[in-house]
Design a protein around this ligand. Structure first.
Ligand code: TYD
Length: 142
């Protein structure tokens, strides 16, 4: 683990590969805080029953780090670090997208029955959200 990530690197994303134990009974994947993800896991939430034309996200976080997984189905996460944009398709339950602090994210193109699980470094705190894109750009560029 990169030491700087433990404090929550800003403005970066990367794919995290989780272990898988496979045998004839099926696949088993596990995740441990401060081992497979670079923070203690304070919260888990998941999105399901998402209409295929739904758009989620549309915000950044001041301190929160998250790792996003497609446990079932697929969806697209569009990333903006204030300088460049990228898009990441999640469709493998063993691969999560680490989203560090101060990253604008939007999620769309959910497949039928997609399940999105998010591991988060902190409990829910509305004051940690930046929900206005102009405010986000001012924060990262300022
Ligand atoms: P939001 O983070 O905007 O959802 P998304 O990014 O998936 O589009 O949250 C939607 C609503 O749910 C908002 O009213 C806040 C609430 N919420 C909680 O109460 N606790 C949580 O852990 C999360 C993630 C959201």
């Amino acid at each position: 683990m990169n030491t700087s990530e433990q404090g929550g690197s800003r403005g970066s994303v990367r794919i995290i590969d989780l272990p898988v134990i496979s045998d004839r009974r099926g696949d088993l994947t596990f995740v441990e805080g401060r081992n497979h993800v670079p923070f203690d896991i304070a919260r888990v939430y998941y999105l399901y029953n998402v209409p295929v034309d739904s758009e989620r996200g549309g915000h950044a976080h001041r301190q929160l780090q998250q790792v996003v997984f497609a446990l079932s189905g697929s969806f697209c996460i569009r990333i903006d670090d204030g300088h460049a944009t990228s898009e990441h398709w999640l469709r493998d339950p063993r691969k999560g997208l680490l989203i560090n602090r101060l990253i604008w994210r939007e999620m769309d193109s959910f497949s039928q029955g997609a399940v999105c699980m998010v591991l988060a470094s902190h409990a829910y705190d509305e004051s940690d959200y930046i929900r206005d894109h102009a405010d986000f750009l001012a924060t990262v560029r300022g």
